[in-house]
Ligand binder design. Structure first.
Ligand code: ADP
Ligand code: GLC
Length: 469
């Protein structure tokens, strides 16, 4: 697997959770998986094994030198591409909301380094590439490396975790990234005169997947296609949706060292202690103990619905409903949350930043988990919420629609503040009936979205590709 993130070493979102867990589940189905990620500045190499020294990588005339490390004590081989000038930086993709200007170079070197890992260290039948950062792997295998005997017969799978991020660069990036001019065509890497790394995957991979069945359908429509719906429809025969799983070793209130007290569907008493602790941690009043407490853990971006929440925050607060939110992201959406918290300090509390422990404590302590996403390829937090007895209120889109039904949560269809408010009100109404609410919590807690089913889906796809069917 070629990916720009893998939990726990490098995470900004759900992609990392997937790459940290799916290889283990695949191992249990009998597939042998290694993962390649960049070695970012935040990844400590202490204990890692230097697996290969000094691999020269040429992008046209420009020479970069990488070394490959293998991380210590991981459940599957995890290779780190070390190239300090490109990756030993503060961010993964940029800093303070600004992308690094040489991302096309960084992820071109990364793609070629992943092929070097396959050549030198880990014999590979299937390259499973994730998101635009790995998009050049299928493109290179079908162009510069198409006659290379090492890769003859190897197949590629490309998984779209989020079509909103495409790796778009000016035309000049083609030569700077050492790509053959022949790939610059509309059914290759070209996107309206620019170079699109995600199209490397979409156009050239043998199989395409995305992370839920509904999102697989949605991205073939203009509304959700980000301009790529045509390219995706052209490949509809090889595009499928495989729902993500949840890693219940990390996310289960029966056994979560990060929360105030354990609890389960059979014994919910610990949940109240978790709520009490969460209110205290956020400085919200004890009066909220008897009222619905909404939890939010999110990247604050256009995708996640902060704008429609801001529209109705005052009405939610007026109904004596509380919100504890954690997140960070783009300035515009951070501002929405800061404003909401400033306007309703006794109802809405905000922690800005990235905090894994707090994410767990919100899952455990809240009554309702809110994900009003404009679009959501899969979404993991609503799946974690189910297990923590935190009833999801979600917009019916993508994976949110596939994982939540009226027996376990509340859904709204229209992307509007009023529709969101309607669903929150319905949830608050249900909350006021403790017996009904507990039934709903328990039904969610009993749902099983473990990785086993997803791994079986990927494994079947690998088999099909390997057998040439
Ligand atoms: P996305 O990948 O689009 O951000 P997902 O729901 O698939 O959405 O996954 C988000 C993951 O990132 C979850 O594991 C969630 O707990 C975590 N996460 C998101 N924002 C934060 C944050 N501010 N602090 C801690 N964890 C976060
Ligand atoms: C992306 C999507 C999210 C999905 C995650 C893992 O970040 O936004 O919906 O769950 O990838 O596939």
């Amino acid at each position: 697997m070629v990916s720009s993130e893998a939990a726990p070493l490098a995470k900004t979102g759900g992609l990392a959770d997937v790459i940290g867990a799916l290889p283990i589940a695949l191992g249990e189905t009998g597939d042998e998986v290694a993962v390649v990620i960049p070695r970012y500045g935040s990844i400590d190499l202490k204990g890692a094994r230097r697996a290969y020294d000094q691999i020269p990588i040429y992008l046209g005339p420009a020479r970069h030198v990488v070394a490959i490390y293998q991380a210590a004590s991981t459940p599957f081989p995890l290779y780190l591409v070390d190239c300090p000038p490109l990756f030993d930086r503060k961010g993964f993709y940029g800093e303070s909301g600004v992308d690094y200007p040489d991302n096309h170079i960084r992820f071109a070197v990364f793609a070629r380094a992943a092929l070097a890992v396959a050549r030198l260290l880990y014999r590979t039948e299937i390259f499973h590439c994730h998101d635009w950062q790995a998009g050049l792997v299928p493109a290179l295998l079908r162009s510069s490396f198409s006659t290379d005997p090492t890769f003859l017969g190897s197949k590629t799978v490309f998984t779209i975790h989020n079509l909103g991020y495409q790796g778009l660069f000016p035309r000049s990036a083609l030569a700077e990234a050492g790509l053959e001019p022949a790939v610059f065509r509309p059914d290759g890497l070209e996107f309206f005169g620019r170079v699109s790394y995600i199209k490397g995957g979409i156009s050239f991979a043998d199989a395409l997947t995305t992370v839920s069945p509904t999102y697989a359908r949605e991205i073939q429509t203009p509304e959700y296609g980000f301009g790529l719906d045509g390219a995706l429809r052209a490949r509809t025969g090889v595009l499928t949706g495989i729902l993500n799983g949840a890693d219940y070793n990390e996310w289960d209130p029966r056994n979560d060292p990060l929360i105030a007290a354990p609890f389960s569907a059979d014994d919910l008493s610990g949940k109240e202690a978790c709520k009490r602790a969460l209110l205290a941690e956020f400085g919200l009043p004890e009066a909220a103990l008897d009222r619905p407490l909404i939890g939010i853990v999110s990247r604050f971006t256009r995708q996640k619905g902060a704008d429609i929440l801001a529209e109705v925050a005052a009405e939610i607060a007026a109904e004596d409903i509380y919100i504890a939110a954690l997140g960070s992201g783009e300035a515009e959406y951070e501002t929405f949350f800061q404003q909401m918290a400033a306007d309703h300090p006794d109802r809405i509390a905000l922690r800005m930043g990235y905090d894994d422990g707090l994410a767990h404590r919100i899952e455990a302590g809240a009554d309702i988990f809110l994900m009003p996403s404009r679009y959501e390829p899969c979404g993991l937090n609503q799946i974690y919420s189910l297990r923590y007895g935190t009833v999801p209120v979600v917009r019916a889109t993508g994976g949110l629609d596939d994982t939540i039904d009226e027996s376990t949560g509340f859904k709204f269809a229209e992307y509007s503040g009023q529709a969101l408010l309607g669903a929150v009100r319905a949830a608050a109404q249900a909350f006021s009936n403790p017996a009904l609410w507990r039934r709903m919590m328990r039904r969610g807690m009993q749902k099983d979205f473990s990785w086993k089913a997803s791994a079986a889906g990927y494994s079947a796809l690998y088999q099909q590709l390997a057998s040439g069917a």
